[in-house]
Design a protein around this ligand. Structure first.
Ligand SMILES: Nc1ncnc2c1ncn2[C@@H]1O[C@H](COP(=O)(O)OP(=O)(O)OP(=O)(O)O)[C@@H](O)[C@H]1O
Ligand SMILES: [Mg+2]
Length: 157
């Protein structure tokens, strides 16, 4: 197969969904369950499913506790899920909250903007270690998009 065709093959999403919901901690379970049932069609192992749920939880929690910390529960989170022909599952978790001044700093293990509180600064590190890819795009005052990629099984679906 030519390089161009190969690239097209891996870019084309077989399935996708988009869901928008209120940025409340009571919706974290909903986001986990939604991600898990979407991933289920790739026939993941119990461990792969647990990894996806854990990573999603960290990303959604960040939207609730950081992005919309000053929004009095009025923010929205949008999740887009996509499954690709090569067995990758990709979740984009997007908020329109406060954004980050310095993404690289926020990605450092143990960095938290809330050292006095109950946060440990390990959310992004957990996302990175439980997934195969983590990308973060953010603009101060505009919001943040976290892209999590996980390869499920042997990828020959
Ligand atoms: N969606 C977001 N919007 C704005 N800032 C964010 C967002 N997600 C993360 N951050 C910033 O990145 C920092 C690091 O996030 P990370 O999830 O690694 O740690 P934490 O949330 O502080 O602690 P933990 O996840 O261990 O409870 C946060 O403290 C916060 O400053
Ligand atoms: Mg966190």
């Amino acid at each position: 197969m030519s390089a161009v065709k190969e690239r097209r093959k891996t870019k084309k999403a077989l399935e996708s969904f988009t869901a928008t919901f209120a940025a409340k901690s009571s919706n974290e379970g909903f986001a986990r369950a939604m991600a898990a049932s979407f991933a289920a069609r790739l026939d993941p192992t119990v461990e792969e499913l647990a990894d996806i749920k854990t990573a999603l939880s960290e990303a959604v929690t960040n939207c609730v506790v950081h992005a919309y910390k000053n929004s009095r529960g009025n923010g929205e989170i949008r999740i887009k899920g996509s499954i690709f022909e090569d067995g990758r599952i990709v979740f984009e978790i997007k908020d329109k909250g406060c954004g980050m001044e310095d993404v690289e700093k926020c990605l450092q293990p143990l960095y938290t903007c809330d050292p006095e509180g109950e946060r440990s600064g390990m959310g992004f590190t957990v996302m990175e270690s439980f997934c195969d890819g983590l990308k973060v795009r953010s603009k101060p005052g505009k919001g943040t998009t976290v892209v999590l990629t996980k390869k499920i099984g042997r990828g020959d679906i």
